[in-house]
Design a protein. Structure first.
Length: 171
């Protein structure tokens, strides 16, 4: 999938509802929002739409999303995802770089960038490493009644490197 020509726009409530119905195949089903939680998740997203952005392809179809928040220390945390049929095409690192670049420009932010990935999502993990992120720590959590482990990852500095390098920063 070619990301050239993609546009990043504020997400609409309709796009948010569409995202919540995306269905990922195994082994990525943990990213599916169970039907019984969608109404609640949509209300949360609608209350925070200012931090959600839709990524549209040249045909104006939503191929993914970016979400941004800032922790108590002022560090940017990103959330991102590709529509299920857009995954596995080798564009994950570029999509991640686009998310970081857009967030840095939109929020005029130059500090470290954080993200979380579910342990075992090796495809996303490889894309994030290729985009320059390093593992910081693990965090056990629960998602929709299921225990999961997140890996916290961090990207330092103002740039999004093209390769992983060897540094391993701490929070």
């Amino acid at each position: 999938m070619d990301l050239a020509g993609c546009r990043v726009l504020p997400m609409t409530a309709g796009q948010a509802a569409g995202y919540l119905s995306w269905e990922y195949p195994a082994p990525y089903t943990l990213y599916n929002i169970p039907t019984e939680y969608r109404e609640r998740e949509l209300a949360v997203m609608e209350a925070n739409l200012g931090s959600w952005f839709a990524v549209l392809d040249r045909e104006e179809r939503m191929i993914g999303f970016f979400e941004y928040s800032f922790d108590a220390a002022g560090r940017m945390e990103i959330g991102l995802g590709l529509r299920p049929d857009c995954t596995g095409q080798g564009c994950g690192a570029d999509f991640t770089r686009l998310c970081v670049r857009f967030g840095r420009e939109h929020y005029q932010y130059r500090g470290p960038v954080l993200l979380r990935v579910i342990q075992g999502n090796d495809r996303a993990f490889r894309a994030y490493r290729k985009a320059g992120f390093r593992v910081l720590r693990e965090e056990r959590a629960e998602a929709y009644g299921n225990p999961i482990t997140f890996l916290w990852m961090r990207l330092d500095g103002e740039e999004t490197p093209d390769d992983a390098g060897e540094r391993s920063p701490a929070l």
